[in-house]
Design a protein around this ligand. Structure first.
Ligand code: NDP
Length: 252
């Protein structure tokens, strides 16, 4: 049976957990063939098995997105095996809040390397395929996972917020540049979503803030964001959802 995304080829980075994992399942359920990427190959293999058991099509490629050569190798494989991608969900990321005076320079670097350089590596590797697909079939999607942190002020989140402001602003620029070639560019800005993201936080003040938030607010689920990813991809080709902010109802 034909589904809305039948014939489409979607690459998802950060697909071994959280938003990326849920989005891969959603896009596959809508008929896309999905290529799931992250570093943890065992988690990707489990995801592929689940998608295939549900009747979908999936391929795992284990890669570190901060490694530009690995991303290019993945893109070459997608080109060879699928004829190229027409959707990239650029989603791998990390959040490590800490007061700036703690000078957690390794964590600053980690966030910038992954959230900015990793994002750009995926854009560099897959943009030619998106442009080619859009020229041939009239539509392709570049969906970047940003954050409400790109817009709002959260004390101690300055470096993370800076990386996500980069993602949102870059997305607005690329929408104009690539939209002329029928590639839709969207930035998704979630508020707080319950995933593994929070488990990497080491700063005690930020951990306490997150724990307090969890007690008072019903956090979003990864599936809430995945629904929106599916919605963006199934809109008519003339419709580009430029920027979507998705908040837990009770989050300020
Ligand atoms: P998770 O920690 O669950 O997912 C992060 C994903 O990124 C994992 O699949 C991880 O896989 C992957 N990843 C981490 N480092 C690398 C790397 N070097 N190379 C390749 N993949 C990597 O968190 P979320 O699902 O919450 O995060 C997804 C995106 O959503 C992030 O960009 C985050 O900033 C954003 N976001 C999240 C919010 C939230 O509250 N959860 C709110 C707003 C935005 P692996 O370790 O296997 O490589």
């Amino acid at each position: 049976m034909s589904q809305p995304l039948t014939g489409r080829v979607a690459v998802i980075t950060g697909a071994s957990s959280g938003i990326g994992e849920a989005s891969a399942e959603r896009l596959a359920s809508l008929g896309a063939r999905v290529i799931v990427m992250a570093r943890r190959a065992d988690r990707l293999a489990d995801l592929v098995s689940r998608i295939e058991a549900d009747g979908g099509s999936a391929l795992a490629i284990a890669a570190d997105v901060t490694d530009a050569a690995a991303l290019q190798g993945a893109a070459d494989r997608v080109e060879a095996e699928f004829g190229g991608a027409d959707l990239l969900l650029n989603n791998a990321g990390v959040m490590l809040p800490a007061p700036i005076e703690e000078l957690a320079t390794e964590q600053w670097k980690h966030q910038i390397d992954l959230n900015i350089t990793g994002l750009m590596n995926a854009i560099g590797a897959f943009t030619p395929q998106l442009v080619k697909a859009a020229a041939e079939r009239g539509v392709a999607d570049l969906i970047n996972t940003s954050s409400i942190a790109a817009q709002n002020i959260f004390p101690t989140f300055a470096v993370y917020s800076g990386t996500k402001a980069y993602v949102s602003h870059l997305s607005r620029h690329l929408r104009v540049e690539l939209g002329a070639k029928n590639v839709r560019v969207s930035a998704i800005e979630p508020g707080i979503v319950g995933t593994e993201l929070q488990s990497h936080v080491t700063d005690q003040g930020a951990r306490d803030w997150l724990a307090g938030s969890k007690e008072t607010i019903e956090w979003l689920t990864p599936q809430d964001i995945a629904e929106t990813v599916g919605f963006i991809a199934t809109l008519p080709p003339r419709v580009n959802l430029q920027q979507v902010t998705i908040m837990p109802t009770a989050q300020a």
